[in-house]
Design a protein around this ligand. Structure first.
Ligand code: SF4
Ligand code: SF4
Length: 379
């Protein structure tokens, strides 16, 4: 059984977060259990820094959570670094814009998320060569400090999906083009997970994100911190909290296929507060949930009804070009000062949706797709 601590935490007040984190760590054996053998070993804190957004938008892992884990590790005299690779932009500036300067001020060093090092994924099914950040390859312990959010492509993002930021910058968008199929991409995420293998996972579910995550969804109080030595186990607990079924989540379908455990809720040992006290019954999924059924010939005509394509809002669009820069399929171009989408080229990876600082890219789904999103909550 894989231990997971799920503890209530009602706010981002720093002493409350520290108390909850301490309680969670104690439940799974204490922080010492997870430290590298050598005290000179490097620990990498990997928050979710999708973009430089203020903490109250619930896009990024909250600074209070990062401060709590950093303080805990620094008290043990560990060498602690912190960083992530946003889709676009400078990693350090993104961290500062996300409110993480106070964490660096504690004595945490900025991690190198610009130098690319090829990391080998021995159990890789989709790819065994991963263009990861030097900081990831050099760490003795990676702590996945994730944010509990919905995700347009993968339905849910938490401890495992957070590791996608271990790849550097535009390499991330390129991989979407190489692996446009959602299930293959989920398998690729597991290649990253098994290569990086975080020794500790902390999911910030104090303010989660529902709806069209991971960037433009709606903050939703879930009031929990989830901590485990196993990222899949932490994610299983998070899915329980928001009432999503693992068998509907591509990462867990892929994990089951390759017998990567745990992939079922029966395999985790739930510690801390009762599920009944933390579960949310009406957590809203993204509109982009897809179903696939029947022969391919039938699926093609239904595609437009099932799949949400990016829809550029001309009023909000500032013509900054960020979406075009990140689009791996070159499906966007500027025509007469307005961004236009070519549906035939679009691989619906939603990188543009994540990259747009102005919230100018909406995701609208046809009626069948909306029904599919509702079905996601039922077995
Ligand atoms: S990223 Fe957003 S604001 Fe910038 S061009 Fe694209 S749609 Fe417009
Ligand atoms: S237009 Fe957006 S969703 Fe479509 S391929 Fe480009 S980045 Fe991905």
């Amino acid at each position: 059984m894989y231990k997971v601590a799920v503890v209530k935490c009602g706010s981002y007040d720093s002493s409350e977060v520290m108390e909850s984190l301490n309680r969670a760590l104690a439940l799974i054996g204490g922080i010492d259990t997870f430290l590298p053998a050598s005290s000179s070993g490097t620990i990498l804190l990997k928050p979710n820094l999708l973009a430089g957004e203020p903490p109250e938008k619930a896009v990024t892992t909250h600074p209070s959570v990062m401060q709590a884990i950093a303080t805990t590790l620094l008290q043990k005299e560990c060498q602690v670094q912190m960083g992530d690779s946003p889709g676009l932009g400078d990693p350090f500036k993104t961290a500062v814009k996300s409110g993480l300067q106070p964490v660096y001020d504690l004595g945490v060093l900025p991690a190198d998320f610009e130098t690319v090092v090829e990391m080998h994924s021995p159990d890789g099914r989709v790819s065994r060569r991963l263009p990861t950040a030097a900081a990831v390859a050099g760490a003795d312990l990676v702590v996945s400090c994730a944010k509990l959010k919905t995700h347009a492509l993968q339905i849910y993002t938490g401890g495992v999906k957070n590791l996608y930021g271990c790849l550097v910058g535009l390499n991330k968008a390129k991989q979407h083009f190489r692996y446009p199929d959602r299930d293959v991409f989920a398998d690729f995420l597991l290649d990253i997970y098994t290569a990086v293998m975080p020794g500790l996972t902390i999911i910030d579910g104090i303010m989660a994100m529902e709806g069209n995550g991971p960037r433009t969804g709606t903050p939703r109080k879930a009031g929990v911190l989830i901590v485990s030595g196993n990222a899949l186990a932490a994610d299983l607990a998070a899915l329980q909290v928001i009432g999503f079924f693992p068998n509907k989540i591509p990462i867990f379908r892929a994990a089951k296929k390759r017998n990567l455990r745990p992939f079922s809720i029966d395999e985790i040992q739930w510690l801390g507060d009762d599920l009944a006290d933390v579960q949310i019954q009406d957590f809203v999924p993204a509109v982009t949930t897809r179903v696939s059924f029947g022969p391919q010939l039938l699926q093609r005509p239904l595609r437009n009804l099932l799949i949400a394509y990016p829809d550029i809002n001309a009023t909000r669009c500032q013509s900054c070009g960020a979406c075009m820069k990140i689009c791996p399929a070159k499906a966007l171009k500027m025509v007469g000062g307005q961004v236009r989408l070519s549906r035939s080229k679009c691989i619906t990876c939603y990188c543009c949706h994540e990259a747009c600082t102005y919230g100018a890219i909406d995701l609208h789904c046809g009626v069948l797709g909306r029904t599919a999103a509702k079905l996601m909550r039922t077995e």
